[in-house]
Design a protein. Structure first.
Length: 529
């Protein structure tokens, strides 16, 4: 039997309620992965620089409690309980009022998640709800797992995964969910942005792991792919990729990514480590790591069986002399943003797309965009979903062009539910894949058909451009279309598209209203008024 707690901390009898949720994570790690059969080459490489031979990668250590902190008398301890990932909403409770963790979660369920949470069972421990401290330790037993009085703890509802809270930018802490490295050093996190949720990760990988990953995959890289189906040759991404699921280093890094996220390891939530190599001028245009409904049908994590990339750990396996930063164009919460221009105001309405000139600008060192520099052994952690499972378009990010040097990196993606199969891919070679009803409210697909005699450049107009405007401010280009060419995409009602010749003459002006084919010779500026 739990008891109500008022603003003064006093309690009165009241039964608790239950509820819970689950989260998806994707981890992007910059680096290269090493596979079996490469140990002699790795040892030789280390001997050539005067280092001893590589020892076996340290085995994974389960970490479920505070390390070196003496057991305390918790009978008078109190907590500030928050909804998963949200430090702004709280319910203060004192432990001596509860029989166990389930009792405490039931009591906090309604004030944190609303009146329907109890009957929906989202806070019930047996169904998967959990209580996690701000240092990443799951509390299973109030008598043995509590070490700190007046601590912030987070209630993770059924069906969701723990998410680090959106506390102040600049906050730095050691996640106790991650075991220390063999030399005793620890991984640390620092909040860089609260929207999108981005944290820098210091000391994520050891020198031995980095060398093994690179030497295993150095000769295995092939052109990188885009989309869920995996297409090569896309101009928005010209790096090289290898996949590593078997080397001891790759396995150790993947498990550490789960520890970093303070969630239980589940091989069904993560695929192979993606090892990347970026040479001079190579880049990955800003994009989202999550897939929309054009990628596969079950891409909405908020619905039953919906799954997508939840979080990304992006690991840097090398330093980069110049360029090669990871940029987040939509962040305005980082400490050095002062209100300067980042992207066209309508960019956020087109998730995973950004104009080329804006992509170049946010990579420019004079812009105020959030950029994370590549530092060997460090990583950046960011979430592609909100705590309730909604996909976050603000998680748009990219790999800026390498100016000098070579960048090795790696991606570790963690999903909120078991990963979708490639057999579910909808973004293959079907030209009309986009002409399908969208999953998001008001979204639908169209196929533009250039049936005119002119070569036209197709633009999306954010509403600020008109034919008397000078320049392209307010326009986002989707590239040129030859006569007879088709281009499919998703859009929303009342979005406006413009087609112009190379000389700038407006030949096509269309206000989105219909699903299906749009014949570009039939819509003009005059007929749209």
């Amino acid at each position: 039997m739990a008891k109500n707690v008022d603003s003064s901390g006093k309690t009165e009898g009241r039964k608790g309620s239950s509820s819970s949720v689950m989260w998806g994570v994707s981890v992007l790690v910059l680096g290269v992965a090493l596979g079996y059969g490469m140990r002699p080459h790795v040892d030789a490489a280390m001997r050539s620089v005067g280092a001893p031979p590589i020892e076996e990668i340290a085995p994974h250590v389960e970490h479920t409690s505070y390390e070196s902190e003496a057991q305390a008398d918790v009978s008078t301890f109190c907590f500030r309980v928050h909804p998963n990932g949200d430090a702004t909403k709280t319910s203060k409770v004192c432990l001596n009022k509860f029989d166990d963790v389930d009792d405490l979660m039931n009591f906090c369920c309604e004030p944190l998640f609303g009146p329907d949470a109890a009957k929906d069972g989202v806070c019930e421990g047996p169904k998967g709800a959990r209580l996690v401290t701000e240092r990443g330790i799951r509390i299973k037993d109030l008598a043995t797992d509590v070490r700190v009085n007046d601590e912030d703890v987070y209630l993770v509802p059924v069906g969701r995964l723990f998410m680090w809270p959106n506390k102040l930018v600049g906050r730095k802490f050691v996640p106790l969910s991650v075991p220390a490295h063999p030399d005793g050093s620890r991984v640390s996190l620092k909040t860089l942005s609260t929207s999108p949720r981005v944290l820098s990760v210091e000391n994520f990988a050891t020198d031995k792991e980095i060398l093994e990953i690179i030497e295993t995959n150095r000769n295995r890289v092939t052109p990188s792919e885009v989309g869920f189906a995996g297409k090569t040759g896309d101009p928005t991404r010209n790096s090289s990729t290898a996949w590593d699921s078997r080397s001891p280093a790759a396995r150790a890094l993947q498990r550490r990514a789960f520890d970093l996220l303070a969630i239980d390891y589940d091989r069904n939530l993560a695929g192979a480590v993606q090892v990347l190599r970026y040479k001079n001028t190579e880049w990955y245009k800003p994009h989202t790591d999550y897939f929309d409904k054009n990628g596969f049908a079950r891409s909405d994590p908020t619905v039953k069986n919906g799954t997508n990339r939840y979080a990304t750990v992006f690991l840097y396996l090398s330093d980069v002399e110049e360029g090669g930063t990871t940029v987040f164009p939509h962040s305005t919460s980082h400490d050095y943003y002062k209100g300067g221009y980042l992207t066209h105001k309508g960019t956020i309405k087109t998730p995973s797309y950004i104009a080329n000139k804006d992509a170049a600008w946010v990579c420019n060192e004079t812009s105020e965009a959030l950029r994370v520099s590549a530092k060997r052994g460090n990583a950046v952690l960011f979430y592609s979903q909100h705590p309730d499972g909604r996909l976050d378009p603000y998680s748009l990010h990219g790999g800026c062009p390498v100016v000098k040097g070579i960048k090795w990196s790696a991606n570790i993606w963690i999903w909120n539910r078991p990963m979708a199969s490639k057999d579910e891919a909808l973004d293959g070679d079907d030209d009309d894949a986009g002409a399908k009803k969208g999953n998001r409210k008001g979204e639908f697909g169209v196929v533009f058909v250039n049936d005119s005699s002119d070569r036209l450049e197709l633009f999306w107009n954010d509403g600020s451009w008109n034919p008397t405007s000078s320049g392209n401010d307010g326009l986002t280009s989707f590239g040129f279309m030859e006569t007879g060419e088709r281009k499919s995409m998703n859009t929303f009602k009342d979005h406006t598209f413009v087609g112009r010749t190379a000389s700038g003459e407006v030949k096509f002006w269309w206000n989105a209203r219909d699903i299906g084919d749009v014949e570009m010779s039939k819509y003009t500026l005059e007929s749209s008024n």
